[in-house]
Design a protein. Structure first.
Length: 330
């Protein structure tokens, strides 16, 4: 536990913590002027942190969009004034990191609403009121992906999370180069910071040998000739490369090898940088590309994590899918 978290839990009275929690879960109603008085704009952005990956952000945003539309609000995503791992401090307040990859949900950005009369800033919580259960990864499982609420959220995603034209062009070009025309078992293998830190109440990720055994069975049963692997973990990549050789396909996603002896707070991938120009943007783009290619595979195998949620949101359906259910880290 970090020092700040220890201080928060051990030294701040429960009543004061409750006060701040109430602030966290309530929306902020405000006004920027007198324009657009016939519309209420719902700003999504206060709920994301600098450690959350791209599909942590995208899934949370989708929950808020779904909620906003149900209330008749116009959702606007603000990753310009809120720090994420995809926005450097220099462009903070100047560039909207959401718009690096996606269009605004209703085609309306921050510039359009800067003098608007009716503004609601979303709760600081990852999900809006009534959607907390669907935002807690310890509550998510294979049954959830078949549920009516996930189908409704997926429909919201399909209608309102649209890729930028240049982003879609990049993703399609990589898909055609790597995977088009091949029968593929797509594999999402989360490692590095996740499996080293083992975050409490988060799903246990499968071991490499478990993955390999399952992949081989799926390839045989569904006549897949190739494995497409999405992973940020260099060791996982190397082990699957030894096992599958030329049958293993990947894109140019950056991969890492972390030190088990580092402190937990030093292990997050958001802390690792190579110094390349626009590195944060490119890491997000390559990760998005991995999820996009996975979503188009004939079969899918992976652990339960935000990337898998992204795959399930993006796919139009698999011949076979398998998400490991191995319990939760204690």
């Amino acid at each position: 536990m970090s020092l700040l978290r220890l201080i928060y839990h051990q030294m701040i009275p429960l009543k004061i913590r409750g006060f701040f929690w109430n602030i966290r879960i309530h929306e902020l109603k405000t006004s920027y002027g007198n324009e657009n008085a016939d519309q209420t704009f719902y700003i999504i952005g206060r709920n994301f942190n600098a450690k959350g990956g791209l599909f942590h952000i995208v899934y949370g945003a989708t929950l808020h969009i779904h909620y906003a539309l149900s209330k008749g609000y116009v959702p606007v995503i603000d990753l310009q004034n809120n720090h994420t791992q995809y926005l450097d401090f220099m462009p903070l307040g100047k560039e909207n990191a959401w718009e690096y990859y996606f269009e605004q949900p209703c085609g309306i950005g921050l510039e359009h609403i800067k003098r608007s009369k009716n503004i609601i800033v979303c709760a600081h919580h990852y999900a809006p009121a009534g959607y907390y259960a669907y935002s807690t990864i310890s509550n998510l499982n294979n049954k959830y992906f078949k549920s009516d609420i996930f189908v409704a959220i997926k429909n919201t995603f399909n209608r309102h999370i649209q890729l930028k034209a240049e982003t879609l062009c990049f993703l399609d070009a990589n898909y055609e180069k790597i995977a088009k025309g091949k029968r593929i078992c797509g594999v999402l293998a989360r490692g590095t910071d996740y499996t080293i830190i083992k975050p409490k109440n988060h799903p246990v990720q499968p071991a490499v040998l478990q993955l390999i055994e399952k992949i081989k069975n799926v390839m045989y049963d569904y006549a897949c000739d190739f494995v497409y692997l999405a992973t940020e973990d260099e060791e996982i990549f190397e082990k699957l490369k030894i096992e599958f050789g030329d049958q293993l396909l990947t894109n140019e996603q950056q991969r890492f090898r972390l030190n088990n002896e580092l402190e937990d707070e030093e292990q997050y991938l958001s802390n690792f940088r190579t110094g390349l120009e626009r590195e944060k943007y490119r890491m997000g783009l390559d990760y998005l590309c991995s999820i996009y290619i996975l979503s188009k595979a004939q079969c899918f195998v992976g652990g339960m994590n935000n990337g898998t949620i992204g795959v399930m949101l993006m796919t139009q359906g698999f011949e076979y899918e398998y998400v490991f259910d191995l319990g939760y880290y204690k």
